[in-house]
Write a protein that binds this ligand. Structure first.
Ligand code: C5P
Length: 431
């Protein structure tokens, strides 16, 4: 398909050469439209050689082909990466002072911006207002990742990795090619989620399973792989949310554009969650948190013959209760506006009670805004790529069944519910 890759003048322009390769290697016809400032970072020969096409920054080159109109009109997708603060401002204002801004005005296809700049510039109200304007007009904005910036400083502002930008673009191109084919799955109700619908939403996700240390080599743990929590964090970031992921003992790569804190025990997870939720709009507690921990931690390895009086004796390990972090968040919020709180209930059910009954009891006990119930067992859910869940809301008998479906599809359905709850809890507009 026909893609226009806009490149504006930031140091991250070098990463767009890799993005260009991802497009061309998957068979797309890419025209690169750099701004004049972008060429100060990566020169025209690089763009021209990699795309196999001439490169222009202004509207005065090859005028007989009317490129300032033709390129935008003919594109199936326009992606600007990196999008600087200046480019976002010019696009939001509708200026047409170079070839790229002309393309943006004439394009009727999906348009994606991947901003990259220093944290102060990204967080400035002017930039945020420009992003809101562009999103309100239907553009997709992939929020910058947090991490090392050009100098020694760190913070939100990094261009997400080319693979992450490419994933959003591929999704949009698939939608454009076949609006039906790219719907998440028949299992997921409602239309396909739009990348960008969570821009401005701050979400904290916990994932994985805690380990409660017994001695320097042993712990009490559980089978959670973290895949479902990671899928929620990754999809939330792809849809534009600012995501903090608190990962307990997960052997998965960090999702693109997500701030990740790694923790081990339930007490670590509690501290990290409380530190992260200050400004959060929603907290999704997908982690399997141990309910108990050893009452005492042995600072040296517990010996097999730990009792000299009885060398065959097995040690007795006393356990104490861990705090219920989720219930604590609900209590701390009180009746004042608090983040939307989502709990997970991994249930096996038993001969007398099915998982939904157990789920309803848990929802009442925890007091959260949404409970995601899934049936677990050694042959189900843990470590698998597919999942099946039921969504329960307080005060409603309705059950929304999602799946069996890939964990990314389950993630989108949970995020749709989170978005609706966040929207419903927002203070009314003064207008
Ligand atoms: O009570 P149960 O462990 O089944 O509840 C599961 C939900 O509660 C999950 O969302 C989990 O993250 C959260 N939880 C918690 N603190 C605990 C135990 C579970 O926040 N100590």
């Amino acid at each position: 398909m026909k893609v226009v890759l806009g490149v504006s003048g930031g140091i991250a322009a070098y990463k767009s050469a890799l993005l260009l390769r991802l497009f061309t290697e998957s068979g797309h016809d890419v025209t690169v439209v750099p701004t004049a400032a972008a060429l100060a970072f990566v020169g025209a020969p690089t763009w021209s050689a990699l795309s196999g096409k001439p490169v222009a920054t202004d509207v005065w080159t090859a005028v007989h082909e009317v490129p300032h109109v033709r390129l935008g009109q003919g594109a199936d997708l326009v992606v600007v990466a990196p999008a600087t603060a200046d480019l976002l401002a010019r696009a939001a204002a509708g200026l047409a002072d170079d070839l790229l801004t002309n393309v943006l005005l004439t394009a009727r296809c999906p348009v994606v911006f991947a901003p990259a700049m220093h944290t102060e510039m990204w967080e400035h109200p002017a930039t945020q207002a420009n992003v809101e304007t562009l999103v309100s007009r239907g553009a997709h904005v992939i929020p910058p990742a947090s991490g090392r910036l050009t100098g020694a400083d760190t913070g939100p502002g990094r261009l997400p990795e080319p693979e992450a930008i490419f994933a959003v673009c591929r999704h949009l191109l698939a939608q454009a090619a076949s609006p039906q084919a790219s719907s998440p799955q028949p299992a997921s109700p409602g239309p396909a989620p739009t990348p960008g619908d969570l821009v401005g939403t701050r979400i904290v996700v916990t994932a994985g399973g805690t380990r409660e240390p017994l001695d320097p080599v042993r712990f009490l743990g559980n089978r959670s792989s973290g895949k479902q929590g990671y899928a929620i964090a990754a999809r939330a970031a792809a849809r534009g949310a600012a995501v903090t992921l608190i990962a307990a003992n997960v052997a998965l790569p960090d999702p693109a554009g997500v701030t990740v804190h790694r923790v081990e025990s339930a007490l670590d997870l509690e501290r990290a969650t409380q530190a992260a939720i200050d400004e959060a709009d929603a907290v999704v507690m997908a982690a399997a948190v141990a309910d108990f921990r050893p009452a005492a931690y042995a600072s040296t390895k517990i010996k097999k013959t730990h009792d000299p009086a009885d060398p065959d004796a097995a040690p007795v390990i006393e356990l104490v209760r861990n705090p219920d972090i989720l219930a604590g968040l609900v209590r701390a919020g009180g009746s004042a506006r608090r983040p939307v709180i989502v709990g997970f209930a991994a249930e096996t059910g038993d001969a007398d009670t099915d998982v939904l009954t157990l789920g309803r009891e848990k929802l009442a006990r925890k007091g959260c805004d949404l409970l995601v119930v899934n049936e677990v067992g050694t042959d189900k859910t843990f470590g698998h790529d597919d999942n099946m869940v039921h969504l329960l809301r307080p005060g409603s008998e309705a059950v929304v069944d999602i799946g069996p479906a890939p964990k990314a599809v389950i993630a989108d359905a949970v995020l749709d519910a989170v978005r609706d709850l966040v929207d419903a809890s927002a203070p009314p507009s003064p207008l």
